[in-house]
Design a protein around this ligand. Sequence first.
Ligand code: DGL
Length: 265
Amino acid sequence: MSSLAIAVFDSGLGGLTVLKVLRDHFPGENFVYLGDTARLPYGSKSPETIHKYAKRNIDFLLKTKIKAVVVACNSASAALRSHPVAAPVPVFEVIQPGAEAALAATKTGQIGVVGTFATVSQGAYAKCITSLSAEVTVHSQACPLLVPLVEEGWIDDPLTNLVVNRYVGPLLNKGIDTLILGCTHYPILKKNFRKVTGPDIQLIDSGEAIAHKLQRAIAHGSVAPNTGGRGSFQILTTDKTARFAEIAAYLLGEQNIPTVEVVDV
Ligand code: DGL
């Protein structure tokens, strides 16, 4: 039994989509969420810079009492896969679970990936998927306009649908049957993606994939479960960001606006 928190970090608010899924799957666990809003966006930065930020976040979180780290950010996960950091607790990234979920879902072997420029240019999903199976072809598309649209709150918006269509259309023409939403912000646009793909394409969400990975880690004993009752969560950011708490409440499905503490990482 361990009441220590599971730390989740992202460049900003997108990782709250992952926290939401984790809280739904593990209601008894305590979570601490760090949004590195002072350095957002990660997706347009170099792998070296993203790695530096990710390592700082992990070092900071390790100083609080935690039993595992979930790197919710795909761009950071991609950078850490190339150069993993040593840590005294398990560190989970989202690329491998997403890749495994896509491989389990595809029937045609044509898998699409959408993500930030950083994730796609490092070939993170493509390398991971093809290392797991030689039978599949991966078609990747960077979608740099989508994060700003989400940050602007243009979710249910025809302009956003047009942008999604522009990015995803060429992948559909390649015959994909599975599409990895390889960025923390994209699950917020799931309806927009669904509108463009139609009902038959499998959409893979990192949050769900990482939840299954954590479930396996708990079952195998590498992460001790908290059996102490109802879990709590704490939200930290590296910059005071307007409306963060309000958006956090919306993304987490919470009635009350949570407290957001600004920390120096
Ligand atoms: N969290 C980032 C990711 O999943 C998207 C936002 C950003 O560019 O920082 O790649």
